[in-house]
Structure formats: C-alpha cells, structure tokens
Design a protein around this ligand. Sequence first.
Ligand code: HEM
Ligand SMILES: [Cu+2]
Length: 541
Amino acid sequence: MSAGAEGVEHGEKNYLNHETTIWSWLTTVDHKRIGLMYLFTITAFFIIGGLAALTMRLELARSGPDFMTPDQYNILFTLHGAIMIFLFIVPGIPATMGNFLLPLMIGAKDVAFPRLNLLSYYVYVVGAAMAVVALLNPIDTGWTFYAPYSTQTKSAVILMTGAAFVLGFSSILTGLNFVVTVHRLRCPGMHWDRLPVFVWALYATAVIQTLATPVVGITLLLLIMERWLGVGVFDPAMGGDPVLYEHFFWFYSHPVVYIMVLPAFGVVGEIIPVFSRKPLFGYKMVCYASLAIALVGFLVWAHHMLVAGISDPSAIYFSVITFGVAIPTAVKVFNWVSTMYKGSISFDTPMLYAMAFVFLFMIAGTTGIYLATLAVDVFYHDTYFVVAHFHYTIQGGAVIGLIAALHFWFPKMTGKMYNEAIAKVAFVLVFVGFNLTFLPQFVLGMQGMPRRYFDYLPEFEELHMISSFGAVINGFGYTFALVNLLGAWIFSRRKATENPYNSLSLEWQTQSPPIHENFRETPTVDDYPYAYGTPVEGGGH
Ligand code: HEM
Ligand SMILES: [Cu+2]
C-alpha cells in the first residue's frame, strides 16, 4: 500500500491551514471542511435542543404546574423534537463524519460532486433559518405535524413544514452524492468486499435518503396546499383522510430512523475491531445486514399506527414484519460481540462509547419489539414507554455513535489529542445520566403516564424526579465531552500521530490532519488483507 504520506512533517500544509480566510471556508468545496461546517452548525442546534429538553425536564421534575403553561409545553416539545430531528440528527453522522471520511476511506480526493456538496450545506442553512423563524413564531403541533390539527392550528405550520421540505433537499443531495461517490471514486483495489463497514453503512443510508425523503417532501407540500388553498387531502372537514397523512408521514419517518442509526452502526463497526485488536467478525454479514435493514425499513411504517384505526389484517402484517427488523440488527450485535470475544480490548474513550452503544441499542431494540406487539401497543402507545424507547434509539444510538466517532477520528480531523481522563469522566456522566433519565420512563409508561403532557398526578412524581435529575447529569456529560474536544483542538499541544491506533484502513495512512488533496498519490489496496473491515496491524488472533 502506498498512501504517499511518508516523510510528512508536522507543521506542513494541511486542509485546515492551506487557506485561512473566512471566505475560503464559506466557499470551500473540500469535503473535509464542509463536514466541519456541518459539525459546528448541527452542534449548535444540539445545544439549543438540549436546553429545551432540560427546561421541559425542570417543569416535569415535580407534579403540579411550576413555571409554564400547557401551551408553552406544547411549543417546547415541538421545538425540541423538530430541532433534534430535522436540524441535528438527520444530517447527523453522514453530513459531518460521512463528509469528512467517505473520500478518505475509499482513497479518493473528494466526493463525486464537490460543488453540489457545498450547495447541500447552504440548502441546509436556508432550511434551518426557516425552521428557526417558524419555531419562534411559534408552532405547537409536535414534530409529526399530524392532521387535522396541523391543518387548523393558527401556529406557523406552513413555514415549519416548508423548512422541512427545504431541509429534505439537502439530505437528498448528500445521499445522491454519496451513492455516486461510492460507485465511481473507489481507488484501485478497493472492491466492494473491501469497503470499510462505515462506508457500507453510509451507502445504505444514502439509498434511504434518496428514496424516502421525497415522500415526506410531497406529503408536507400537500399539507401546505391544504392550509393555503383549501385542497382537501387530510382534513375530514374538507373531505380528506387524517390516517392517510399518518401513512405518508411514517413511510418516510420510519426509514428516517435508519438514516440516523445505520451510520452509527458503521462507526461502531470501525471502532470495535481496532480496540479489540481483531478483524471484524463476519464482515460480509455486517455489510449485508446494513442493506437488509435499509430494505426492511421501508416495509414496516404502519407500526406507528397500530391503534390509529387501520384494519386488523394490516395491523397483523405490520406487527409481524416489524419483528423482522430484529433479525439483521441482531446479526450486527452478534458480530460486534463476537469481535470483542477473546480480543485484547483496550478501554479507550471511543471504545467505551461503542460498547455503550451496543448495550443501549439492545435496550432500544428489545423495547421496540414490545411496541410492535399488537396487544401490548394498545396500552403503551403514546405513553412514556414510547418516549423512553425512541430516546434509547436516537440518543443512545445515533448521538452516542456520533460522539464515539468524534473521539475516534478527532486526531485525524484536528491533528491533536484530547485529554483521555476528562473524556472518560464525561463518558461516565453521559452513560449514567442517560440511563437515569430514560430507564424510569419505561416504568412510567407501563404505569400509564401519557406523553406530551406538561403535568401529571403525584403518583408519578418519584420517577419523574429521578428522570429530571438524570437529565441534568446527562447534560453535564455532553458539556464536558464537547468542551474537552474543543479545548484540545484549540489549546492542546499534544500532536496526534498519523495513525495513533495502528489501524490499516486508508484514512489513517495519510497525515493528520490530512492535506487538502487527502493523499499525495492515489492509494492502492491490492495484495492486502482488507476483506475484514478495518483490520488492525497484528490483529487476527
Ligand atoms: C438530555 C437529553 C434529552 C432529554 C432530557 C430529552 C427530553 C425530552 C422530553 C422531556 C420530551 C417530551 C416528552 C413528552 O412530553 O412527550 C422529549 C421529546 C422528544 N425528544 Fe428528547 N430529550 C433529549 C434528547 C433528545 C435527542 C438527542 C433527540 C433526537 C436526536 C430527541 C428527540 C425527541 C423527539 C423527536 C421528541 C418528541 C417530540 C414530540 O413529541 O413531538 N431528544 N425529549
Ligand atoms: Cu418505526
């Protein structure tokens, strides 16, 4: 293998310092810089969404109204949900780490359409600006915009759904770009069965982005037409059908869960082998499982509607098919655990997050099976059981995956090392705080506590109090983690080496931070035991 990075001295030109003006950033077509711009933008929204969450948890800590009205609570959970979904975690790992890493991992100079990549970012910025105006206006429908309430409320539905429509284009363009990049720009020797698992995951994600997002776009457009022009599509008062809205909405919004978590699966698939000093167990199965999850994800949408008045046969169909999602997911969990088995594991921060991911995602998955069970969902639907389940999926899955990736590739992105002790403290706070927040919510849900309520009976108070306490700890954990990384980037003098983990995958074979063109000469991966997914030197006990 020749990646052309030999003899590179630190302090040489890299993608961060080869041009330094703000203008050079705003007009960059370098996938690495675009990835970073996304990273800073979505992190800002994560902080805003997080503050909204903490405000809600403060109100919910004790029974009885404390400092907000029911209407304000509706606005707040809409703001939190919409920001977290549309502005933070849907762009999420693909737009940030995916942009940064995809070309590096396949030995390319950039993505297939660098200008389109920059356009995606600005489309995102426009959509985000529209969303901010709408959310402040405010809007109170919840992030799901269910009809007929959304067709009737006075709040800023048109602007917010318009924003989601625009944001969808950004997602589609990124997806298209990634699909073409993986097909066309792999370096010599990078056959499909040698692609890093993270690239496989990005590829499967990109397929969902391009196929599912147009559906929600058109749905929201119909909603806008209904409000604006009075075309009756979803509102029964105008001859429409609200259940149709739910079908359209979830046809996108179930697959979107995989847009969020498949990339995180990929991240974990890169990290676990490196810190177990073993090749990934069952590489091919892991890759095919990504595609299988993407496919099955399109067939299960109405499990969100089991009690919405769909027919018995369709309820049974959607229930049974949903169980099917568990199979490829379980394959992955099995492979991750088998990779660790008899490995010489080092518990560095990225590995801790990866292991936490596996644990938390198993809770997310198993509780999903509860919800897919017809008789159980009758009771659990719209309770805190659902709130706990999807936070385990999205936060325990996608967010923890993103944080794991940030730590793992931090030396490559910045050329610096972070403080390991602080990172571990932050990890413990995140892990403990997260479970304290959301484990009690499963019990609350089983006891009948409904979601989207600003107040509750005193019998629920103890568990709500624990949950709010956990949320504060969780918040401290994220703060520590982010401050540690940002601080290390700006202030640390500890330079990262080219390949601190002795990984054999391509992004580690060029300097840290990489040069603008990624590699000095096109790398090749022939004659090289690459078919295991991110093998490590000295691996394969
Ligand atoms: C410390 C972290 C977090 C806390 C304490 C938290 C707390 C909450 C609370 C209190 C609700 C309202 C529950 C209800 O009344 O039904 C909620 C809803 C929600 N959260 Fe979070 N959350 C956190 C992180 C996240 C993240 C990271 C995401 C996604 C990336 C997310 C996505 C959502 C969504 C989609 C809703 C549903 C909103 C709706 O019902 O329309 N949350 N969260
Ligand atoms: Cu679903």
